[in-house]
Write a protein that binds this ligand. Sequence first.
Ligand SMILES: [Zn+2]
Length: 73
Amino acid sequence: MPQALSLAMLQELIDIPCPGCGYEFEIQLLDIRVQTFRLCPCCRVQIHFVDDGSLFGALQSVDESMRELRRFF
Ligand SMILES: [Zn+2]
């Protein structure tokens, strides 16, 4: 994985499942990089994104989206 993600990559939308209710919704990788949080549109739980190096392991369920992103690598 490259040291820096391109802006194009950061603007890519990926689907992540809500840890609370399982509802899948779109976020931008940028949301993760800035370590923000989003509200689940379904159950309104706060989902925090922490870029601690385990991010991509934690998001294995979005593997399909990540394969798409690898076009940029
Ligand atoms: Zn939810």
